[in-house]
Design a binder for this molecule. Structure first.
Ligand SMILES: [Zn+2]
Length: 101
């Protein structure tokens, strides 16, 4: 195994060159996982005049932000928590004569 650290994309804010968090991993799928940084992705959105793919989330724009910039520039970021709700069921009487299918 080699201990040579693979380079990954640099920080999008300060341009610092980042190293891989898994330098010995051979699988190129994980080659952009940075050490001391977070990997961010965007599937684009309506409103962007640059990146709004209509491929249903199959393509993502990927970039890294170093931990230092996450702290220094914390006012730039929003934390989004997704809330998943259990489905609600409504029950009512069944009448085959009026059931519409
Ligand atoms: Zn940075």
């Amino acid at each position: 195994m080699s201990d040579i650290k693979k380079l990954v994309s640099s920080c999008v804010i300060c341009d610092k060159q980042l190293e891989s968090a898994m330098p010995t991993l051979q699988d190129e799928t994980y080659s952009n996982q940075p050490y001391g940084a977070v990997m961010c992705s965007s599937s684009g959105n309506y409103g962007s005049t640059v990146f709004d793919p209509v491929m249903g989330g199959q393509v993502e724009l990927v970039f890294n932000i170093c931990d230092e910039c996450l702290v220094k520039k914390k006012g730039l970021f929003l934390l989004c928590e997704r809330v998943y709700q259990r489905p609600k069921f409504e029950y009512k009487g069944f009448d085959p004569d009026t059931f519409d299918w």
